[in-house]
Design a protein around this ligand. Structure first.
Ligand SMILES: [Mg+2]
Length: 151
């Protein structure tokens, strides 16, 4: 157990690792949306199987998943909380912070994919639509090198 980690956090971490290993061992053809990033459908299906195996479906309502997601965002934030901004980028590429951040990012992603699953949202399509909308909102010729406004 890691110093300061609750038994629930450690159990969740171990479960996610097991799901990851099970997916890797499944031998199914993988379609990656980015190099090193698994397909969201694969993550959704692995998470569904993990939940079903434990008969945890009754705990999978949108509010509960959202609160778990927010908790995981907090755990990710905690890793960077007191790092100077200019130091965070390099430290995130070094161990042990790299692995810890990857674990918390995975927790966030798994819960976000689960929330989308509960709500019937095609998360990949929704994300691509938002990127397109942002590209339309912030044309490159007017926004290159300029921080986005808050309007
Ligand atoms: Mg976590």
């Amino acid at each position: 157990m890691r110093v300061g980690a609750s038994p629930e956090t450690e159990a969740r971490r171990a479960a996610i690792t097991l799901v990851t290993l099970a997916v890797r061992r499944s031998g199914r053809e993988r379609r990656c949306i980015l190099p090193g990033v698994s397909d969201l459908t694969e993550i959704r299906d692995a998470s569904r199987a993990f939940i079903a195996d434990r008969q945890w479906q009754q705990f999978q309502d949108p509010k509960s998943i959202l609160l778990a997601l927010v908790g995981e965002v907090g755990e990710l934030s905690e890793l960077l909380q007191w790092l100077p901004a200019d130091e965070a980028r390099s430290r995130l590429r070094e161990e042990p912070l790299h692995t810890r951040a990857a674990e918390e990012m995975a927790d966030v992603l798994v819960y976000l994919v689960g929330l989308a699953d509960q709500c019937g949202v095609d998360l990949g399509s929704a994300a691509l639509a938002k990127i397109k909308a942002s590209a339309d909102k912030y044309p490159t010729d007017q926004n290159r090198g300029v921080a986005p406004d808050k309007t």
